[in-house]
Design a protein around this ligand. Structure first.
Ligand SMILES: NC(=O)c1ccc[n+]([C@@H]2O[C@H](COP(=O)([O-])OP(=O)(O)OC[C@H]3O[C@@H](n4cnc5c(N)ncnc54)[C@H](OP(=O)(O)O)[C@@H]3O)[C@@H](O)[C@H]2O)c1
Length: 349
């Protein structure tokens, strides 16, 4: 059993429309025990999810260890992506209680950024060891760009370009060690630069193509279409607020932090339209990115079996066309954004 799949760029890889975002298994914002994480990923595979994304950064190796243990025992091949750009070195001062970069009880390593040829190859090798697997399908250059790197971006970009980082990824793909490569980032600008700099297959773009933001429609998606680059839409809930909404009594999260007032106000307006059409906000947020032809998979964070079941229910929930039109009329969605159709629903039923 598998969910509907879409082809990735010019490669032989096909991704299920829903992927399993495994930052959760690195204890992003909440602790998940081994058994719960394992139950979540096993349930996803049993339900037909065929794509899992992890990274060395997620719990400093913890997510990769958990994902690898599950995939080694999976009854079919699951497409796996991990990331390069951060090397993990032992950190004797780390304590189990300490939260670092949003991850609770991460493993005792510190991050050293290295996007050079040597850094990329070492990162790949270390990931295989942590995963306990002999291959991964896709490697993403993680968090390159000014949003994360600030003034260090130019130096890291030089490591990738003149320093041989992109060449190393291309060689791994040519040798068949990986099936595809690209970036895993939160910003549009660096994606455009990467398409011009290297023959990438795919962009894992998080938080930027959601019900709250459609900037990739301007320049990035047309460029992807022209160059045959596929997009994985990560973090469809913008870190939470598009799943929880604004009315739970808790603090809604947006892009890893408590949501600013203007975002809360905008989500309240989207909630009003969703109420009028009896559409769960989270269903609209999950399904929206998949309507764009460049998007091959949407990648929400899933940390336990209950979330997995909810996610699949939201993915299959019928949404009337009038809801999307109402968002456009209210100025809450760009009129040039493709929206899900009855045909999409029929494929998922
Ligand atoms: N640079 C990159 O490459 C990059 C960046 C960001 C993300 N990603 C990828 O995208 C994946 C997803 O990102 P993300 O987890 O940051 O963002 P997300 O999926 O937009 O949001 C996750 C948050 O939404 C909550 N949530 C999910 N489903 C819910 C539901 N049905 N009802 C209520 N709350 C719900 C989760 O709560 P609970 O924890 O309680 O379930 C969690 O707090 C990551 O795991 C990673 O694979 C990649």
């Amino acid at each position: 059993m598998t969910l509907p799949t879409r082809p990735l760029g010019q490669t032989k890889i096909r991704l299920t429309e829903i992927g399993f975002g495994a930052a959760s298994l690195g204890n992003l914002n909440r602790r998940i025990d081994d058994a719960t994480g394992r139950a979540a990923i096993d349930a996803a595979i049993a339900a037909g999810v065929g794509f899992v994304d992890t990274a060395p950064f997620y719990g400093r190796g913890l997510s990769e260890r958990r994902v690898g243990d599950a995939l080694r025992e999976a009854d079919r091949a699951i497409i796996l992506s991990t990331k390069v750009g951060r090397l993990l070195t032992p950190d004797a001062s780390a304590t189990a209680e300490e939260a670092r970069d949003g991850f609770l009880s991460p493993m005792p390593f510190r991050v050293v950024y290295d996007y050079s040829r040597d850094g990329i190859l070492r990162s790949f090798e270390a990931s295989l060891h942590r995963l306990g697997l002999d291959r991964v399908d896709m490697l993403f250059v993680h968090d390159i760009g000014r949003m994360v790197q600030g003034d260090a971006h130019d130096r890291h970009w030089a490591e990738l370009t003149t320093g041989g980082g992109f060449d190393a990824l291309e060689s791994l793909r040519d040798q068949g060690a990986i099936g595809a490569f690209g970036l895993g980032v939160n910003e549009v600008e660096v994606c455009i630069d990467a398409i011009h700099a290297a023959p990438i297959d795919v962009l894992l773009l998080a938080n930027r193509y959601t019900l709250l933001e459609q900037t990739p429609l301007d320049a990035l998606f047309p460029l992807c279409a022209k160059n045959g680059v596929s997009v994985i839409a990560g973090a469809p809930y913008n870190s939470g607020i598009l799943a929880t909404g604004t009315r739970t009594g808790g603090t809604p999260y947006y892009d890893y932090s408590p949501a600013p007032d203007e975002i809360v106000a905008r989500v309240r307006r989207i909630e009003a339209v969703a109420d009028a059409w009896q559409v769960p906000l989270a269903a609209a947020a999950l399904q929206f990115p998949l309507a764009h032809p460049c998007v091959v998979s949407v990648l929400p964070g899933i940390g336990d079996p209950r979330r997995l079941a909810q996610t699949l229910d939201l993915y299959r929930r019928p949404i009337p066309g009038g809801f999307w039109q109402a968002l456009v009329t209210e100025g809450l969605l760009r009129s040039d954004a493709p929206v899900p159709t009855a045909r999409d629903e029929a494929v998922r039923a």
